[in-house]
Each structure stands twice: as C-alpha cells, then as structure tokens.
Design a protein around this ligand. Structure first.
Ligand code: ASP
Length: 440
C-alpha cells in the first residue's frame, strides 16, 4: 500500500474532528446529548489544538530570525534586497486589491439577504448610525502610522520576547545587511552561525509539523462541536458571498497569476503547499502556519531560502488577501443590514480601508474581525455591528487564512522567478524530490 503523506494525515485529522464534532453539535442542540458534554468536548478539542499551536509559535521567532539573516547574507548585494522588496510589495498590494474587487463585485451580484440575519440575530438597529463615510478615518490612519513607526524596535530583544513580527523582521534585515557590510572574518563567523541555527530550526519544524494531524483534529473538533448551527442558517447568504469570492480569488485569480508570472503549474504548486494550506485552515493563523509555509515552499516547491525567508514572514504579517476581501464583504453586508446603500465612491473608501485593515491585522485567529471594528468606525457604522457576523467568524477565518497563506506562497514563486538564478532552484522538478523531506 502507498504510504500516506503528511497532508493525507492532516486531512484524516480534519475529517475525524468534523466527523465527531458535527453530530455532537446536532445532538447537543436537540437535547439528545447533554449540551454540557458537547461544550466539554469542544473545549478539549481546543486545548489539544492549542498545544500544537504553542509548539508552532515556539519555533516561529528563531526560525524567521535565522532564516531572514541567512537569506539576506546570501543575497550578495543589498540592491537585490531593494528589488525584491519592491516586487514583493507590488505583488502583495496588487493581489489584495484584486481580492477586494472580487469581494465587492460578489456582494453586488449576490446581494446577500440581510433580513433573515437581522431577524435571527437582532443587532441594535440604529437609523441614526447610517454611514457617513469619512467619519473616524483618523483612527485607522493613526493605527497604521503607529504600526509603521513601531516597525523600528526600540529594543530588539523586547520585540523578540513579545513575538512582534514586523520589528523582528526589520531588525533581522538590518542585522543581515550589516553582516554583509562588515565582511571578513566576523561576517564568516556570523553567517555560519546563523546558517547552523537555521538548519536546526528547520529540523525542529519538520518534527513539529508531524504533529499537525493531531492539532488539526483538535481544532476541527472545536470548530464543529462548538459552533451554533442556527447562525449558519441565518447568515447563509453572507457566508456564501464571502466563500464564493474567496473561491474566485483562490481558484482563478491567484492560479492565473502563478501561471502567467511564475510559469508554474498551479495544480502542482498547490499540491506542494497542501500541508501549509490545510494547517492554515485548521489553525486560522498565518503566523502559526509560517513554519509549514516555509518548509513547503522551500522543500516541496523548490523556491530558494533567500526568497522565501524574505517574502513569507513579511507576507504572514502584512499580506492578507482573504482578510481584505472578507473585510470588504462584511462591511458592505453590515451596511446593507443597516439599510444603507453605499455609492460607488463609498465602496472605494471601503475597499481602501479594507486593504489597510488587512495590512494592519496580525496573522492570528480573529485578527481580521478585530480590525473590522476600525473599518466600521471609519465608514460611520457602529462597532457593535460586528456582533451580527461574529457567530460564523471562526469558519470564515479558517477559509480566509488559507487564502492568505496561498497568496503568500504564490508570491514566493513569482518573486523567486524574477530574483535570478538559484532563487527558484527547482522550478521544474523540486516538488517531487523535496516533497519527501517533509511529507514522505
Ligand atoms: N486569521 C487570519 C490570519 O491569521 C487573520 C484574520 O483574522 O483575518 O491570517
């Protein structure tokens, strides 16, 4: 019999979690099973998932630090870093805007039924709170400005201790660059040291991700057993709109970009990324998935470390196509629920604030929903309106996080193609060969 690969085990974990959790949820709702027991099982699943999440979180900081330093020292010339940075940002902003456009078009097309949601979930409908699109904009600007300035850590050790991604990335890039500038014996010592740390962290990652099926089982159990099914019915149209738009972005837009810009087969690339995409789905955290994204991109898809070490940690923090799309759809849905028909100009404002909110959101569960409060306030809607969509947020979070990680991964392939020789070391045959390391 063919040996099962890691992503098969992850799928089995997910199926088992959902297979146990969903019936329990239904039986708990109609009283056949004690609802207390269902809550207990959901809680146990969450705890199991959290153990896995903690292991992933444990490796993220040393992994990305050593990876970024070795990536930058391997670049050769700082100019190369500048070029790569410009391409990466261009791709990230471009794909996020495409995602948002698809989301807005989908809302206009489907016009999700807000009445059922309003009846079922009864938000505080407040006629006076109908949008005034410019209100409160400064708070979003303030948040982004704060984020921009806090990219420079006043104390790199504090940032490392806190697991603050952007300041860590900034300092690691500077450190790598100055190793190159210093040259000579010191540079050799440090380069070799960080290469060694990176090798150890990659090994540790490969070990931890073997536990993914168990962690994923726990999270699926939690999501399936713990969610109230009535909310899914009430918010069916809204969910359908978000999911349809996410599907268009994941199955059409990004594969076309991957094919045209990176000259990669989208199907083969997606297969190489399976472990990361499935883990993103179950953990709902791009940050926690980062170790898997990096190993999949490097070892299974054959993109070089000097590209992935730069593109992926940055992507996990600032590039969230799925989140951007979701923010736009949700805000438009809420606006409709409150009886406000947004003009095209207002929709453009929603699009831009959604983009900024997605950049500002951290790669952790529900971060997008927290940022949503800011977008709502920016368009003059009451923050409490978030309550309307909260009930189904976990499931949508799982889906949008997979799209976020998928977008980061395609960026690595696209930037890798333009980063010159060595950067995409096994563009043709890397997957089959490297796949054995992590998945085999
Ligand atoms: N959970 C998402 C992520 O980690 C962020 C979000 O809440 O949209 O990518």
């Amino acid at each position: 019999m063919k040996r099962l690969q890691l992503h098969h085990w992850i799928l089995i974990g997910m199926a088992l979690g959902a297979g146990v959790g969903l019936p329990l949820n239904v039986l708990g709702a109609d009283g056949t099973v004690d609802p207390g027991l269902v809550t207990w099982v959901a809680h146990a699943g969450e705890q199991l998932g959290r153990l896995f999440l903690r292991l992933l979180q444990m490796i993220v900081v040393p992994l990305i630090f050593s990876s970024l330093v070795t990536g930058v020292t391997g670049l050769g010339h700082p100019r190369e870093l500048g070029r790569m940075g410009a391409r990466t940002f261009g791709y990230y902003v471009g794909t996020s805007l495409l995602a948002i456009t698809v989301g807005i078009l989908m809302v206009d097309l489907i016009r999700p039924d807000t009445d059922i949601a309003l009846d079922a979930l009864q938000p505080e409908s407040d006629a006076a709170a109908v949008p005034d699109v410019v209100q409160g904009e400064s708070s979003l600007a303030q948040i982004l400005w704060d984020q921009l300035t806090s990219m420079i850590p006043t104390n790199p050790f504090e940032a490392t201790a806190e697991g603050d991604m952007l300041p860590i990335i900034f300092f690691a890039l500077m450190f790598g660059l100055f190793i190159t500038f210093t040259g000579d014996a010191h540079a050799r010592v440090l380069t070799r040291f960080f290469e060694a740390v990176f090798a150890v962290m990659m090994k540790m990652t490969v070990f931890v991700i073997w536990l993914a099926p168990i962690g994923v089982f726990g999270f699926m159990l939690y999501a399936a057993a713990g969610s109230g099914l009535e909310a899914f019915v009430a918010l069916g149209w809204y969910m359908l709109t978000v999911l349809a738009a996410l599907a268009v972005h994941a199955f059409v837009t990004l594969p076309v970009l991957l094919f045209v810009l990176a000259r990669r087969s989208p199907w083969e690339y997606a297969q190489a990324m399976w472990p990361a995409l499935l883990t993103a789905f179950s953990t709902a955290s791009s940050n926690a998935t980062l170790p898997l994204t990096m190993t999949s991109v490097e070892e299974r898809a054959g993109v070089s470390n000097r590209v992935s070490s730069f593109v992926l940690p940055l992507g996990a923090t600032v590039n969230m196509d799925g989140t951007a799309l979701y923010e736009a759809v949700a805000v438009l849905f809420i606006a409709q629920a409150y009886g406000a028909d947004l003009s095209v100009a207002q929709q453009v404002v929603v699009a831009l604030t959604a983009l900024l909110a997605s950049i500002g959101a951290a790669g952790i569960p529900h971060a997008g929903t927290v940022m949503m409060v800011v977008v709502l306030e920016a368009v003059g809607l009451p923050a409490t309106a978030v309550g309307l969509i909260l009930a189904v947020d976990r499931v949508l979070d799982m889906c949008r996080t997979s799209v976020n990680v998928w977008s980061d991964s395609t960026a690595a392939a696209v930037v890798g193609r333009f980063a010159g020789p060595d950067a995409s070391v096994q563009a043709e045959g890397g997957q089959a060969e490297g796949g054995q390391d992590t998945a085999g």
